[in-house]
Design a protein around this ligand. Structure first.
Ligand SMILES: [Zn+2]
Length: 297
């Protein structure tokens, strides 16, 4: 899942010698202390946020490493050549009860970048949006994979607030300085990888053929399930169970193919036991079906 969180710049200024060495290692250059401006950012922490999610404390170390080398852009409207800042160091800092990733980034002075530096100094562009991809979310109540257990984040269970714990850092993305008023109203921006459509992935990896074949199979599967539902409902009505057709359709509408097949077999056996003239009935069902499908086509 992709995660975007708001964060903030916590300090800024001229780089130390060690920082300059780290920057030059990153930039593969020989910049002087006068040429660069450094600032630090507080990235993700392990506290529950307003979306009732939190990063796993043990995941922060791996995530911190993934942020090193990532670039920062100034405002979304800026073009790619305005990737002015780059993270050159990141580590996990532990406060009393909070662990968070502290990162250091640099901006090469000159031109447009000086405006950004002036803004940071003036405290105007202090809020930063960062994004990353996490491989797994765990339910805080029961420890199952979130979404598989029936607990919902933001709800209480025996007095315990459920949240999703984000684990398995996979990637960190570029960060952006967001105009402060927009950031305040928009809050934290997030998207889940689950919302990425299978078709998009197929297009990206050149698997369009397989995707089309899957779609066709899925359609056949749906047709088969629908036919099973019709059979089961018809059998129930024949056995005169006293349950109305809409109720039967509602019950069997959400049943799996395997379950439907099991019910169908059981009902057919029951019908065969209760009605000696089953062959005749079977015939009439067959005719009914023919007529129906004739209309459908
Ligand atoms: Zn749970």
């Amino acid at each position: 899942m992709e995660i975007r969180k708001g964060t903030e710049i916590i300090s800024s200024g001229v780089p130390s010698e060690a920082q300059l060495a780290a920057i030059n290692a990153q930039a593969k250059g020989t910049m002087t202390a006068e040429q660069v401006y450094v600032f630090s950012l507080r990235l993700c922490d392990d506290q529950v946020d307003r979306d009732h999610e939190r990063f796993d404390t043990d995941a922060l170390g791996t995530l911190a490493k993934l942020f090193i080398g990532k670039t920062g852009i100034v405002d979304h409207r800026w073009s790619a050549d305005n990737q002015v800042a780059r993270i050159f160091a990141a580590e996990v800092v532990r406060d009393d009860r909070v662990s968070y990733i502290k990162a250091w980034a640099y901006i090469r002075r000159g031109g447009m970048a000086d405006e950004v530096i002036a803004d940071i100094e003036a405290g105007i562009k202090r809020e930063v949006s960062v994004g990353c991809a996490m491989g797994m979310a765990i339910c805080s109540v029961c420890g199952s994979e979130y979404g598989s257990c029936g607990h919902h984040k933001g709800e209480y269970y025996d007095g315990q607030l459920c949240c999703a714990i984000l684990r398995e850092p996979m990637d960190a993305y570029e960060f952006s300085f967001v105009a402060v008023p927009a950031q305040r109203s928009a809050g934290v921006l997030k998207g889940f990888a689950g919302t990425r459509k299978l078709k998009e992935l197929a297009d990206e990896f050149g698997a369009q053929g397989e995707y089309r074949a899957l779609c066709k199979d899925a359609q056949l599967g749906r047709q088969y399930t629908k036919a099973l539902q019709d059979d089961v409902v018809r059998l129930c009505l024949s056995l005169e169970l006293g349950v109305a057709e809409p109720t039967l359709r509602s019950v069997f509408g959400s049943a799996s193919g395997d379950d439907l097949l099991a019910v169908k077999t059981a009902l057919e056996n029951r019908l065969a036991e209760s009605l000696p003239m089953v062959t005749q009935l079977g015939c009439s069902f067959g005719k009914e079906q023919e007529v129906e499908s004739g209309f459908l086509i």
